[in-house]
Design a protein around this ligand. Structure first.
Ligand SMILES: Nc1ncnc2c1ncn2[C@@H]1O[C@H](COP(=O)(O)OP(=O)(O)O)[C@@H](O)[C@H]1O
Ligand SMILES: CC(=O)OP(=O)(O)O
Ligand SMILES: [Mg+2]
Length: 402
């Protein structure tokens, strides 16, 4: 039997997203999401695409290992279990690939060791990615397991964008530089945006705004990333759900020296108790919009700070690119929150940017333009599909000969 299927695992800090695809036509056979892992209110939602059946399981799922076992059981119920002889490989999202991984990579012991070594610079993500890999390896030790790195797409950044302005020797010794993340999404969305414009990726310059729980912007010139807002870790850049994004590094010295906080406490503060959550107690944009509609000033200010930072990055990447053909909004907030898109480009008419209210209000799963026909720069909503991109890259690596 030919091996044409790829299972993709996107293990996040408290969730696992997965898809099983048939790579002959890139069609999805099954997909799902395990949320709130480690809490009492975990939920698994599984959809088998052949029948359209969706099943939901509610109740505590203690850790990522338990989550993956539950996913394997759900797949097996549809006759799509991990024991399938049609499975060619399992593709894993790995957030930090450091300096060495610029391509999708078949995972062996040396690769595992390197992903583990990078935990200090992706503490919320790499441990979950590793658990996903190890659990999948235990279930199917015979199958190739492929790592697709968030950092890979950004390795084309020039040194002028990738380096921090600190002592070069110290930076090199500790590999302190800007790596960037969400690269699989930035790659997929920038290509899909070119397609929406009816052009080849080489012909267009795009600013991609990936606004999920983590959020990052990138400047993509002719299909290659030239700058991105996340840095050594996924903490730099935009205001996020629970992360601060950019701040004066001296804030950290101040909190330690004057505020008496430990480094670990400051780390937790900036990664888990900042961003929208730190500003107003909510990290979900739906809840923030609801509160704003009720006249809540705290939520309004959190939204305004989020938008202010986003707008600054649009301006910065406009300057970096010189010519911009399109701005693409993607991920949970970018795809769903029309008020965020409207506010982010408001007042930028001089840059050729505008959003049409009616087009912006349309909901859907397809890439679409939301700028008026007369606008110089296209503004688009382009749903991301990290799982499809990971499956494509995985199959390209291991599926040859099928
Ligand atoms: N209908 C919506 N309106 C506004 N925001 C939404 C909507 N749906 C999802 N979101 C936002 O998307 C976020 C999750 O985005 P997602 O890309 O799935 O994040 P991640 O992959 O980082 O978990 C949620 O926290 C929420 O703020
Ligand atoms: C790198 C990163 O921030 O990922 P996520 O948005 O999934 O948390
Ligand atoms: Mg995400």
């Amino acid at each position: 039997m030919s091996q044409t299927r790829v299972l993709v695992l996107n293990s996040g800090s408290s969730s696992v997203k997965y898809q099983l695809l048939d790579m002959r036509d890139s069609s999805r056979l099954a997909m799902g999401l395990v949320e709130r892992i480690g809490e009492q209110t975990s939920r698994l939602r599984h959809t088998a695409l052949a029948t359209g059946d969706t099943r939901e399981q509610n109740g505590p799922i203690a850790d990522h290992q338990a989550a993956l076992k539950a996913v394997a059981e759900e797949l097996a119920k549809d006759g799509l279990g991990l024991d399938s002889p049609e499975l060619a490989a399992i593709g894993h999202r790995v957030v930090h690939g450091g300096m060495f991984f610029t391509e999708p990579t078949v995972i062996d012991d040396a690769v595992l060791t390197e992903i583990e070594r990078l935990i200090p610079v992706a503490p919320l993500h790499n441990p979950a990615n590793l658990t996903g890999i190890r659990t999948a390896m235990a279930l199917r030790p015979d199958l190739p397991q492929v790592a697709v790195f968030d950092t890979a797409f950004h390795t084309t950044m020039p040194e002028s964008a990738a380096r921090y302005a600190i002592d070069v020797k110290i930076a090199d010794r500790h590999r302190v530089r800007r790596y960037g993340f969400h690269g699989t999404s930035h790659a997929y969305v920038s290509r899909a945006t070119a397609k929406l414009l009816g052009k080849a990726p080489e012909e267009v310059n795009v600013i991609v705004l990936h606004l999920g729980n983590g959020a990052s912007a990138s400047a993509v010139r002719g299909g290659r990333c030239v700058d991105t807002s996340m840095g050594l870790t996924p903490l730099e850049g935009l205001v996020m759900g629970t992360r601060s994004g950019d701040l004066d590094p001296a804030v950290i010295f101040h909190l330690q020296r004057v505020g008496g906080m430990s480094m670990d406490e400051i780390d937790t503060l900036l990664n888990k108790r900042s961003g929208l959550f730190g500003l107003c107690g909510d990290n979900d944009m739906r809840e923030i919009r609801r509160r704003i509609d009720e006249g809540d000033e705290e939520a309004r200010l959190a939204f305004d700070i989020y938008i202010h930072r986003l707008k600054k990055y649009i301006g910065a990447y406009y300057a970096v690119l010189g010519r911009v053909d399109a701005i693409a909004f993607t991920a949970g907030v970018g795809e769903n929150a029309a008020p965020v898109r409207e506010a982010a480009v408001a007042g930028l008419e001089e840059l050729g940017l505008a959003v049409d209210g009616d087009l912006n209000a349309v909901r859907g799963d397809e890439p679409r333009l939301i700028s008026p026909a007369s606008a110089r720069v296209a503004v688009a909503v382009v749903p991301t599909d990290e799982e499809l991109e990971i499956a494509t890259q995985t199959y390209a690596l291991v599926g040859r000969g099928n």
